[in-house]
Design a protein around this ligand. Sequence first.
Ligand SMILES: [Zn+2]
Length: 395
Amino acid sequence: MNDLERALATHIRQRQADWVDLLRQLVGCDSGTYNKDEADRAGRLLAETVSTLGFAVERMPQAQFGDHLVARKPGRGDKRLLLLGHFDTVFPRGTVAQRPFAVDGDRATGPGVLDMKGGLTVLVAALSALREVGAPVWDDVALTAVFNSDEELGSPTSAALIAAEARQADSVCVAEPARPGGEYVLARKGTGLLKLAVHGRAAHSGSQPELGRSAIDELTRKIVLLHDISDRSVGTTVNVGVIRGGERPNIVAPYAECEFDLRAHTPEEAERALRRIEEIAAHQFVPDTRTELSGGMRFPPLPLQRRNQVLFGWVQEAGRKLGIELAYTTTGGSSDGNTAGQHAPVVDGMGPVGNGAHSDREFVLLATLIQRAQVLALFLAAWSQRADQLTALAE
Ligand SMILES: [Zn+2]
């Protein structure tokens, strides 16, 4: 480590109590995706925190969710880095009161502590260190952070904003949690959310069954075919997770619907599956029924790409300077990294290590909060001198 790197690592470690306190405050906001008031409270906390670092924060007002935030700090050069983090959680209102932030030994718990308030804390800690220590990257590079509030729904209102920012960026860092083994994330499956709605015709099932057109009969045949699209050998899955329909046992069902999830590693596989889904929707098993297909891809697939491996190589170098060997993996879960990665090199999973996301078993290993912030700070400090190599790779 050179003097600058040592100063960055030391600064982050010495302020450990502040970062745990920031995490406590963020988890203290009960910011489930639909809890706009509490999400806005988390947003204000983030806005205030990065404002004190010198970022200009713009609010993107939202009716249903917390307002998205775009924080910008200009740079002297033409290089641009984008940092991404969402502040919504999957938990319903009241979860924070039921199980508030707590620290037990080396673990912190509380709703969203890992996914991804820990990652937001890592971002802030790294940025703060770069500024306080006077790292050249702080003055040279234009830094933009997008904090969004609807990621857990597939970012319906923020994906366009993220894509627009990523198009301008030379690299993107996503502070989603590390995988349970500590791996960073370079590739993610794409996610589609779709629905089939089948309209049939009601009739008395005993006296006039011939007049009925069963929506349930039609839908269940289609569901079998939907599941058949799955091809585990290439990681493509279709999961019908919800079915609804029918009225009574003695009524031929006039309506039935299902909601399903599609995952695929590559754009080609996602395309194959979507075409097959359209065929299945269009095929009629029960005469006179009508099927509507709605929905589509929420996150495009992010396949493994050379440019992301190069970027991760620099993350690994930062890790080695800190005495840690870092690895990457691919995952079936999607994030805003899927969207950003269509437009710029991306490293995802830069947040802390823990486990149990989206459950009451969620925890963060506190030591990794500091460690990941150190890795991010060292990576960013060295990034600006190398960013041109990425441009060469893209050409
Ligand atoms: Zn997340």
